[in-house]
Every structure is written in C-alpha cells, then in structure tokens.
Design a protein around this ligand. Structure first.
Ligand code: NAD
Ligand code: TYD
Length: 378
C-alpha cells in the first residue's frame, strides 16, 4: 500500500472520530493527522483507544488559521485532506449564523488555499493529491411529502430493508440545484461551491460527497437521536418539533465511514457522490422506536415512556423531507450500507446506555474545562 499522509479536519467530532479510528487501524502505513479546534463538539475522549498509535497525531488548531494550516501541511508533507471540520447543528446556526459562516465558509476557503499553495510548491504539483470535502444532503433543500402514508421505495438497501417506505416520489440526486434554507445548510452549500470553484479555476483535485443524517455512538447529545436517548433515560420531556411529521433519511455512521474510505480510494476527481441508505423515517416514528428500545434495554415496560413526548414550537424554516438517491455511488463504486436501521438503533442505544460516563461528561461540560487546562483558554 502506498504511503499517504492524510490531514483529517474535525477528527474529534462525531463522524470525524469514527473516520480517524477507521483509517488509523485499517491503514497502518498511512499517517493520519487530526486537526481539530476542540469546540464544544470536539472531544478527545472519542479517540482514547487510538491516541497512542504510532501513525496518528492530534493537532489542536483552527482551520481558519491559514498560516498554521500551511505550516502543518508542509511539516507533515500532507498529500490528501479529508475535510469534516464544521459547525454542524441547525438550531445553533439559527441563533448564531456568523460562527457558521466563519468556520464552514472561511475555514473551508482557508484549507483550500493552503492545499493549493503547498501542493503547487512540489515538483509533481497536484499529481496524486486529493482534497475530499464532506458535505450534507441539506444543501439540496427540502423535498415534498407527496405520499404521507408512504409508498414502496423505487430502490432498497440493507439500511431500508424490512419493507420501509418512501414519503415522496422525488429524491436528492447529484445534479439537483442547491436550495439551502438554514444558515447551516447555506454555509455548507457555500463551502461546496468554493471546493468546486477551486477545481474549475485552479485545477485542484477535489471530491465532494453529500450524505444524509448520520446516527451512532459519539454523536453530541444536542442532535435528535442522542438527545432523545438521554432524555428517555433520565425521564425528561422529549421536545418533538411541530407535529413530528418531518422526514429524515438515516444512515449508520460506520456505513458513511465505509463510503468515505471507498470514495477516497476509488472516487473520480471532480465528481460528486450522494451517500444515503434509502431509509426515510418520520421523526415521530423514530421517537416511538427510541422509546421502545431504551425502555426495553433498561428493563422498563416497552413504551412506558411515551408520555414524555411533548410537541413543541416548530424549528424556523424546518425542512420537511430529506431523501437521498445514492444509486451513483452504488452502481459506480459498489457501495452498500451494511446495517438495517433497527439494528443500528439497537447498537446506538446500547452504546449510550453503556457509556454513561461519556454522556454525563459531555452533558455537564466537564471535558471543556479539562481542555482549557490542557491547551489554554480558547
Ligand atoms: P460535529 O459537530 O460532531 O464535529 C465537528 C468537529 O469539527 C468538532 O470536533 C469540532 O471541534 C471541529 N471544528 C469545529 N470548528 C472548527 C474549526 N474552526 N477548526 C477546526 N476544527 C473545528 O460534526 P459531525 O456531525 O461529525 O459532522 C462532520 C462533518 O460531516 C460536517 O462537515 C458536517 O457538515 C458533515 N455531515 C454531517 C452529517 C450528520 O448527520 N452529522 C451528515 C452529513 C454531513
Ligand atoms: P437534527 O438531529 O438536528 O438534524 P437535522 O436538523 O440536521 O436533520 O434533527 C433531526 C430531526 O429531528 C429534524 O427534523 C429536527 C428534529 N428535532 C426535534 O424534533 N426535536 C429536537 O429536539 C431536535 C434536536 C431535532
């Protein structure tokens, strides 16, 4: 296997930590540099098991600090970037859009500029280099719910097996125009445009992937699934936005990581791939499944905690339905998700219930104090 020196940004976050672990373990000949600012969403406890691996290095830093990125890329002779660092929570973006523009737009621009500068200095130039940008399906906007009772999906995967339904007849394909609605999705859309512009203008070798909602261990408990698991456990109310009718297309985080690995190695430069398992669920149905699963795993009567459901004011600009068409990735590169949603939820609930210390630590914010002591105030 060819040696590679890969800069993964945002590697202390949810998806990033799964990706870092996967690459460090699977590719001992690769050097993996994890650049992360350790915001509230970054947590080195996510990577405890690999922190001493010889092919791994953690660097605390901000992707907006272009001089620091340039120095790191030169020092580590980086030949590929997998860029995940971002502000990622829609509700926070509604309260504080500027932070999203700074990190997601300006941060991506500074990384692009650093990669272009450093690689242009080399005799081989951009040959063998890759800037892989991780994005979201939310850039495509919202789909209509033409079949609220659900229809047979035109395709199925392991994730959606078990006869799961589609709630509309249109899906996000790679050639759909962008139509973001939240400050989060607008900032991700903007970053995607910059990545493609760097290819079209300067010839930078780039790949962009747009993935549907991920779930699994180590997701920060402000997001829907871990928040609700934690609340059911503590018998706190479950704030369902609107009527709970919004539809999301859920993918287990390891299936996303496997897709990134495949695309990193075999994807075509300048191509976009959508990643998703054709696994649409109404929020309220996810809530029922979560209550049943948490109650059962805790030895409570399954469904006992249904009374915690509380319908609250809807999120501003709440996108109705997301549904990814991932047939390009399936047919061109042979990717398939491995896990069915119910199995993934079983594993996820078990992980959160078994990793009480992790959950209590991130909900109390103690880990932030620890980082301030270790690395100085941010
Ligand atoms: P996350 O919020 O869990 O983690 C983000 C990480 O980025 C954190 O470790 C944080 O410390 C770091 N970070 C934030 N600002 C930074 C900065 N200025 N410099 C350096 N590091 C910084 O996010 P996630 O859910 O793991 O998402 C990772 C990426 O995948 C994001 O780009 C997101 O848009 C994309 N994505 C997420 C999902 C999902 O369902 N979670 C789906 C599709 C795409
Ligand atoms: P979220 O995990 O924030 O992901 P995204 O908004 O990026 O899709 O939310 C998933 C869905 O769950 C979304 O439709 C909003 C809804 N939701 C609630 O109903 N209540 C909540 O407390 C949260 C955080 C989300």
């Amino acid at each position: 296997m060819k040696h590679r020196s890969i800069l993964i940004t945002g590697g202390a976050g949810f998806i990033g930590s799964h990706l870092v672990r996967h690459f460090v373990r699977k590719y001992p000949d690769y050097r993996i540099i994890n650049l992360d600012k350790l915001t509230y969403a970054g947590n080195l406890a996510n990577l405890k098991d690999i922190e001493n691996c010889p092919n791994y290095r953690f660097v605390k830093g901000d992707i907006c600090d272009i001089d620091a990125v340039l120095a790191l890329m030169r020092e580590e002779k980086i030949d590929a970037v997998i860029h995940l660092a971002a502000e990622s929570h829609v509700d926070r973006s509604i309260k504080d859009p500027f932070t999203f523009a700074r990190t997601n737009v300006l941060g991506t621009l500074s990384l692009l500029q650093a990669a272009r500068t450093v690689w242009a200095e080399l005799p081989e130039g951009f040959e063998g280099k890759l800037f892989y940008h991780i994005s979201t399906d939310e850039v495509y906007g919202a789909l209509q719910m033409t079949h609220p009772q659900g229809i047979e999906p035109p395709f199925s995967t392991a994730a959606s097996s078990g006869g799961h339904l589609a709630y509309g007849d249109r899906f996000f394909t790679e050639d759909l125009g962008y139509d973001p609605h939240s400050p989060y999705s607008a900032s991700k859309a903007s970053s995607d445009h910059f990545v493609r512009a760097f290819h079209d203008t300067y010839g930078l070798p780039v790949i962009v992937t747009n993935c549907s909602n991920n779930y699994g261990p180590y997701q920060f408990p402000e997001k829907f699934i871990p928040l609700f698991i934690n609340n059911i456990k503590h018998r706190k109310m479950l704030p369902v936005y609107g009527r709970g009718e919004n539809v999301r297309d859920w993918l287990y985080v390891q299936d996303h990581v496997r897709a990134i690995d495949l695309i990193f190695h075999e994807g075509q430069i300048a191509r976009t791939y959508n990643i998703g398992g054709f696994n649409e669920w109404k929020n309220i149905d996810v809530v029922h499944l979560l209550i049943e699963t948490v109650d059962r795993q805790l030895g409570r009567r399954p469904g006992e905690d249904e009374s915690l459901i509380s319908y609250v004011t809807d999120r501003a600009g709440h996108d109705l339905r997301y549904a990814i068409d991932s047939r390009r990735l399936q047919s061109e590169l042979g990717w398939e998700p491995e896990l069915q949603f119910e199995e993934g939820m079983e594993l996820t609930v078990r992980w959160y219930l078994e990793n009480e210390a992790w959950l209590d630590n991130v909900t109390s914010g103690d880990y932030l104090k620890y980082y301030d002591e270790m690395y100085g105030n941010r």
